[in-house]
Design a protein around this ligand. Structure first.
Ligand code: T5A
Length: 210
C-alpha cells in the first residue's frame, strides 16, 4: 500500500505552514498516518542547506549554486524521508517541493524551466505529488503578513524574501501558469480569504483523495 503525497506551494505568507498543520489534524482524525516535512529541510543535511540558502552570506550563492543547493536538499529528503514513508502507506504533507524551484528559480530568477525540470527529475527520481495545493495570495497580502510576523517575532526578511517586487510578481504568475497547465494535480485556493474558509476549501479538495 502507498500513501498519498500532498505538497503545499505559493508565495511567502500564503499560509502553507498554518494549513499543513490543520490538514494533518484533519487527516489523522480520518485515521490516516501523516508525516509533515518541509523543503528545503526534513533531514539534517537538507536543514543545513536551508540555512545556507536563506542566510545573508558575504558570498551569496550565484543562481546556478542556488538551484543545485535546493535540488541537493530535495534529493536527500525524497530518498531518506518521503519515499520510505509513502512505501509504508503514510500520507506525506510537504511544505514546498519541485514547483517552488520552477517558480522561484525559473520564473523568478530566469533559469530555463525545461532545464530545471530535467535536473529536478534527477533529484526526485521522478517523484510527482498526488496533489498540490497552491495557496495563492497577491503580493500586498503576502508582504503585509510577512511584516506582521517579523514584528511579532522580532525577525527580519531572509535573502529570498528580500528579492524585489517584480521577482515576487513573476513567481506568483509562474505558480498560476503551472496550475493552469496541470489542473488535475493542482488545487488553487484563494488564501487571502478567512483562515477557516481556506481550510474548508483544502479539506474538500483532499477528501477526493481519501
Ligand atoms: N525556495 C524554496 C526556493 O527559492 N526554491 C525552492 O526550490 C524551494 C523549495 C523557503 C524559501 O525558499 C524558497 C522559497 C522561500 O523563500 P520558508 O521559510 O519555507 O522559506 O518560506 P515560506 O515557504 O514562504 O514560508 P512562510 O512561513 O513565509 O509562509 P507560509 O508558511 O506560507 O505562511 P504561514 O502559515 O507561516 O503564515 C504566515 C502568516 O500569515 C498568517 C499566519 O497566521 C502567519 O502569521 N495567515 C493568515 N492570516 C489571515 N488570514 C489567513 N487566511 C491566513 N493564513 C495565514
Amino acid at each position: 500500500m502507498t500513501g498519498k503525497f500532498i505538497t503545499f506551494e505559493g508565495p511567502e505568507g500564503g499560509g502553507k505552514s498554518t494549513h499543513i498543520k490543520l490538514l494533518a489534524d484533519f487527516l489523522r482524525s480520518k485515521g490516516k498516518e501523516v508525516l509533515v516535512t518541509r523543503e528545503p529541510g526534513g533531514t539534517r543535511l537538507a536543514e543545513l542547506i536551508r540555512s545556507l540558502v536563506r542566510e545573508e552570506l558575504e558570498d551569496p550563492p550565484v543562481t546556478q549554486s542556488e538551484v543545485l543547493l535546493f535540488l541537493a536538499a530535495r534529493a536527500q529528503v525524497v530518498s531518506n524521508v518521503i519515499r520510505p514513508a509513502l512505501e509504508k502507506g503514510v500520507w506525506v504533507l510537504c511544505d514546498r517541493f519541485s514547483d517552488s524551484t520552477f517558480a522561484y528559480q525559473g520564473y523568478g530568477r530566469g533559469v530555463e524551466v525545461d532545464l530545471l525540470r530535467r535536473l529536478n527529475d534527477f533529484a526526485t527520481q521522478g517523484l510527482v505529488p498526488d496533489m498540490t495545493v497552491l495557496l495563492d495570495v497577491p503580493p500586498e497580502v503576502s508582504r503585509s503578513r510577512l511584516l506582521a510576523r517579523q514584528a511579532d517575532t522580532n525577525s527580519t526578511a531572509d535573502r529570498i524574501e528580500q528579492a524585489g517586487e517584480d521577482f515576487h510578481r513573476r513567481l506568483r504568475e509562474g505558480f498560476l501558469a503551472m496550475a493552469k497547465d496541470e489542473p488535475q494535480r493542482f488545487t488553487v485556493v484563494d488564501s487571502s480569504k478567512e483562515l477557516e474558509d481556506v481550510s474548508k476549501n483544502i479539506e474538500e479538495a483532499v477528501l477526493k483523495l481519501l
